[in-house]
Design a protein around this ligand. Structure first.
Ligand SMILES: [Zn+2]
Length: 462
């Protein structure tokens, strides 16, 4: 069946869904206003389940014959959102990429749980600053605030449960989303409290404060890619690593965080002790390793010690090739090295290596931007203009990441950028690992074709 036809069929199907006998198949379809890519890709965890190309009306549809009930996510590059699918669902999604999450709405069979999860996501995102401001409170008051927010969300779920026929799995997933979102704040509380109150030490907490930990399951592999559960575990591991170090090792609390290698070694050991299930264990180890490698910029000696520990605990990690690529990247990006082999396109669509660009100019600053993050792009070109007049000795080279060729060329033209200093890549994944790019404000400084600083920041390093 061709896609437009199928789409028409789904609309008809959804329109009379109450009378239709529950099919085993799952339809996932929808419309994307202002698309930023031609495709919608459906994932279960990290595995591509199916994908669909948008038609002339920016509509897509995916049909799955057998589906494992649970949490999926769909990717419309560069954004993604979660979707919960059960047998017989025929879910329609509509969204505008100008305001991806906020504009998103689900309809059709399965809409209730999906709209609930989406609203939960939007409201919990909005709550963060308020909860951060509560961190000033004493443990008991903070705990009460968090519990009451959690109770409100739970009541909303209870009401929905009465109105819509949610499956037990859907209810369990929604409840876990609520619980782990709020438990996460309790794990963060001691550190937030110390920061906002300006105190030197972290507050004393009684056992009640972490009461939920008694029933904590470290091995819910089905939630290994669930944002709330996973984020909770990360905060919990940070908390345990810190407390364990404070208790067992010499040195003041301030030094625990200061010695990044030592603290991250603690984190690896905590994960090794607590988490046995494969996906979660691999993901958590990966997250500590990638963070440490990309953000800490430690000495070569320390990095080797870290990697040794990592391999001791997780030599069969499913993400090992990615971690090795970043490790390789970190080693290659040391001062005085040449740039690693990376090819980019110039405005005439010719390939040229970064090293060649670096060698053509005495002092170079490479900076990065993406057409899909327009605000960042405007800020960064304004900042580069400033830096150019402050530091005329540098040539500033813009590397665009993953913006389609025509759109990129249109942006260069619209913003009147110097074509001789603008390049682009289609392969940001590779670039990210090879050049160890942790964030888009990164700059790489070279002199006479050699790296001076691979981890400069356009706002702080000049
Ligand atoms: Zn320690």
């Amino acid at each position: 069946m061709n896609k437009p036809l199928l789409y028409a069929f789904i609309l008809a199907f959804v329109g009379c869904s109450t009378e239709v006998k529950k099919s085993q198949n799952v339809f996932f379809a929808g419309e994307i206003i202002n698309p930023t890519s031609e495709y919608v890709v459906l994932y279960k965890d990290e595995i591509v389940i199916d994908s669909a190309k948008l038609n002339d009306e920016n509509k897509f549809s995916i049909e799955l014959e057998s589906v494992v009930e649970g949490l999926y996510h769909f990717d419309h590059h560069p954004e993604l959102q979660y979707v919960y699918l059960e047998k017989g669902d025929s879910l329609l999604v509509r969204l505008n990429t100008n305001n991806f999450d906020e504009s998103l709405i689900f309809s059709g069979r399965g809409k209730e749980i999906n709209n609930f999860l989406l609203e939960l996501f939007l409201s919990t995102e909005e709550e963060v600053p308020t909860i951060y401001s509560y961190a000033r409170l004493d443990p008991m008051d903070f705990s009460n605030k968090i519990d009451s927010l959690r109770n409100i969300k739970t009541s909303t779920l209870n009401v929905l449960q009465k109105e819509a026929a949610l499956s037990d799995n859907a209810i369990a997933l929604a409840q876990a989303s609520i619980d782990y979102n709020y438990y996460n704040y309790k794990e963060k509380y001691p550190f937030w409290h110390r920061r906002v109150s300006g105190k030197k030490s972290i507050p004393e907490l009684d056992d009640d404060f972490y009461g939920y930990r008694e029933n904590l399951d470290y091995n819910l592999d089905g939630l290994a890619y669930h944002r709330y559960y996973y984020n909770y575990l990360k905060s919990h591991i940070d908390n345990l690593a810190y407390m364990g170090c404070a208790k067992d090792c010499e040195g003041s609390h301030r030094e625990i965080i200061g010695d990044k290698l030592h603290f991250n070694q603690h984190k690896l050991a905590v994960i090794n002790d607590l988490v046995k299930t494969k996906n979660l264990r691999d993901n958590l180890f990966r997250s500590v390793a990638i963070y440490y490698l990309i953000n800490i910029h430690d000495t070569t000696e320390n990095i080797e010690a870290f990697i040794k520990d990592f391999q001791k605990y997780s030599s069969n990690n499913q993400h090992i090739s990615e971690i090795e690529a970043v490790y390789e990247g970190v080693k290659n990006m040391q001062p005085n090295n040449k740039l690693p082999e990376v090819m980019v396109f110039d405005n005439g669509e010719n390939l040229i290596s970064l090293q060649e660009i670096a060698e053509k100019n005495k002092n170079v600053v490479f900076y990065f931007w993406s057409g899909t993050q327009e605000q960042h792009f405007k800020n960064i070109i304004r900042r580069v203009d400033e830096l150019r007049s402050l530091h005329p000795e540098y040539t500033f080279i813009g590397i665009n990441c993953n913006t389609e060729m025509k759109r990129w060329q249109a942006m260069l033209f619209t913003y009147d950028l110097d074509l001789d200093t603008q390049y682009r890549t289609d392969d940001f994944e590779n670039l990210k690992y090879t050049l160890v790019i942790g964030g888009l404000n990164k700059g790489i400084i070279t002199k006479n074709g050699r790296i001076v600083d691979a981890y400069a920041d356009l706002y702080r390093s000049f």
